[in-house]
Structure formats: C-alpha cells, structure tokens
Design a protein around this ligand. Structure first.
Ligand code: ADP
Ligand code: MG
Length: 369
C-alpha cells in the first residue's frame, strides 16, 4: 500500500487511452473517452453506481466487445488490434456468476485455458492441484466434484482458480464476490489479498461496494455515468480529500471510521506502558508501581510476552492480577483495535509484534485523561 502512495511500483500494465464504447440506438456512449493507467502488480478497484460502465470497460479490456474508439495497451504494447482469442488467454476473467461449466468437474473447469494452450496432461493435472491448494480447496477432495456439489463460496474459489489457470499477468474480476453472503465474502476477500501478496498480479477489481473497494484496492477509480472517472487515487486520499460532491455522496457517512481500517498497527508507533516481569520480586513490583500514574502495570513473561494486568495499588498481590484479553498483532488495523476496545468495554489494548512480544499499549482515550 505505502509503495502505491509514494508512486513507485513501476509502469502501467494496463493503459486505457480515450477508450469509448457506443451502442447503436443509444444517445450516450456507455463508456466515453476513458483514460486510465493500472500499475503493474497492483489491485485497482473500479467502483460506481449501477450502469456507469464498469462491466463495459472490463469487456473492452478483455475484448469481449470491440471499442468504438480509443486504444488499449497491455504491458506497453498496443493490443487494440490483436486477435481477441489470443489476448484472452493472457487475461484471467472472473465474474459473479462464476460461469463454471456445470457438466465438467472442478479439475476440468480449472484446466480450461491450459487445455486450450495445448499443455500435456501431466502438467495440467499438476497445475490444477497447485491452484486448488492456492485457493484453499483440498485437491483430493474437490478435483472430481461438479460445480453444483459446491457451495457458492467454493464455486467462486474454483472460478478464481480457473482464471489463474495459465498464470496470466492480468486479472479482471467483475463483482466476483457480489453474490456471496457477508461472512464468506470476507473470507474470500482475505484469501484474494493473501494470494495477491504472493503472486503480485495486475488486478482490476470491480465492485459497487465502496467498503470492498477500500479493502481491496491499492487504488480506487470512482466511476460516474458514461465510464467517466470522478476520482482515481489511493484509498487514503479518496477518503481524506474527495474530489467533489459526487464522490462525497458516494462515500457516504463514516469516512473517518473507514480511514481507520487503512492503518495497520505494524505502521504505528505504539506508546510504551509501565511493565513488570511476572517473576519479579515484590520490591521491584512496588518500585515500578510508585513510578507510574497508570492504574495497571502490564505483566510480561521472560520473553516479554504479555500475561495480564497488575493493579498499581496492589503490585505485590499475585491474586489481584487480571488476565489479558487477546493482544493485537501487527496486521490488525486501527479499526479492529477500536472495535475490540468497544466490544470488551476496555479503553486500552496491548499490541504485540510478530513474535508475540509486547510493543506497548494502544488506548482509545488520550493518555492522562
Ligand atoms: P455497470 O457494470 O457499471 O453496472 P455496464 O457497463 O453494464 O454498467 O452498462 C453501462 C451502460 O451501457 C448501461 O447504461 C447499460 O444499459 C448499457 N449497455 C450495456 N450493455 C449494452 C448493450 N449490449 N447494448 C446496449 N446498451 C448496453
Ligand atoms: Mg456490471
């Protein structure tokens, strides 16, 4: 994320240059002179109201439909005239309805593009198992099943695996999790982010849900009617400096809270807190207690992992210690930190590093109040 903010991360993988699509008999083009760069190895979220031209743009990039005017460049090459079927093998395409072939097994579905490319059976079987593992489905269990024997979330995983079939550099995902219930949707979002951290594909991710765009996008393009861009920027700036009233309205209320979900604890300085080793003698416990105004001391084990809280006014009473609620790790966001404090009715949370050692304590109130 921070690389995107500072603008490094290389050249455009997808470049749209005044791309236009008009349908006969319609006064306004569905997409009008859309110009936009998608940087290599990043996720760009296209978000906007229904009918604003998101799907049309995806179909244009994938050449499921032909542009009326404008150019499309992929990896620095103008591909506007390249034969569409050749192009499509280099692009993974995932849609909401999955488009899985119902009468083919999971393995056969995932093998679609490698088979078109003429891979041998051994390589295909190997690739299918690799992809099933990648999307979190046990190959032994799933490769021989049929789509209708799977849940919606599992079908969507197979859809993602299939679009990754021949290891395309570019992935187009059109509302891929739009039909999934909220819980499974969150799991799939996290799964995709985990896969992306590994594979670094160039991904265009379409959604109509601004929260999903904020979560998934390294950058967000907010569309308005006719495929026009209202704002294209990193999520921090979209939330912090919306370009106009249209963007403001689209973001809705709660932008301050949404911004909290962009900050990971790993990127923050965590204030220190008075600590005492659980095995310390009474005298040392008392000494720490007299040096602080905090109501509680943080108890640590010999590896500096947090164990619990010791009341300052009873520093040497082992029975008075209060056990710790699960500490927050480096990958938690400020939003999750606040959520934890509110849900357990506590004003402070211990933050630990990758090894579980205490970094300090985050509090929901300014220190001293
Ligand atoms: P989105 O995906 O953002 O909801 P679409 O790209 O599907 O929007 O549609 C953009 C506009 O183009 C809409 O007004 C839609 O009705 C129109 N449109 C899409 N496909 C066709 C088509 N085949 N013929 C005529 N108009 C179309
Ligand atoms: Mg659409």
């Amino acid at each position: 994320m921070s690389e995107a903010i500072h603008g490094s991360g290389g050249e455009a993988m997808i470049r749209l240059d005044r791309l236009t699509k008009s349908y006969p008999g319609r006064p306004e083009p569905a997409v009008h002179e859309l110009t936009l760069d998608v940087p290599a190895g990043r996720i760009v979220a296209f978000v906007g109201p229904s009918g604003c031209g998101k799907t049309t743009t995806m179909k244009l990039i994938n050449r499921l439909i032909e542009p009326t005017a404008g150019r499309i460049h992929l990896g620095g090459t103008d591909v506007t005239e390249v034969r569409a079927d050749r192009l499509r093998r280099k692009i993974g395409y995932t849609i909401q309805q999955t488009g899985l072939f119902p009468h083919r097994t999971v393995a056969s579905n995932i093998a679609t593009v490698p088979r078109m490319l003429g891979w041998d059976a051994g390589s295909i079987a190997e690739r299918v198992d690799e992809l099933l593992n990648l999307v979190g489905l046990d190959p032994q269990h799933y490769r021989g099943r049929y789509p209708k024997q799977l849940s919606g979330g599992q079908q969507q995983r197979v859809g993602v695996a299939r679009s990754l079939g021949a290891d395309p550099a570019v992935m187009l995902m059109d509302e891929p999790f739009g039909a999934i219930d909220p819980l499974n949707r969150e799991a799939l979002q996290n799964e995709l982010l985990r896969i992306q951290a590994q594979l670094r594909k160039t991904i265009v991710f379409v959604t109509h849900d601004i929260d999903e765009a904020i979560k998934m996008g390294d950058r967000i393009a907010i569309f308005r009617d006719g495929g026009r861009i209202a704002q294209y920027d990193v999520p921090e700036r979209i939330l912090g400096e919306p370009a106009d009233d249209f963007v403001r309205e689209f973001l809705g209320s709660g932008t301050a809270v949404k911004r909290l979900s962009l900050t990971r604890l790993a990127d923050l300085d965590i204030p220190r807190w008075p600590t005492v080793d659980d095995s310390a003698e009474d005298a040392e416990r008392v000494a720490v207690a007299t040096r602080t105004d905090e109501e509680f001391l943080l108890l640590l084990d010999s590896e500096r992992r947090p164990l619990g809280w010791q009341p300052r006014n009873r520093p040497d009473d082992r029975d008075a210690a209060v056990p710790l609620i699960s500490p927050l790790g480096p990958r938690h966001t400020l939003f999750e930190a606040l959520d934890q404090m509110l849900s357990v009715n506590s004003s402070a949370s211990v933050v630990v590093d990758e090894q579980g050692r205490s970094r300090g304590v985050l509090r929901s109130t300014p220190s001293g109040s």
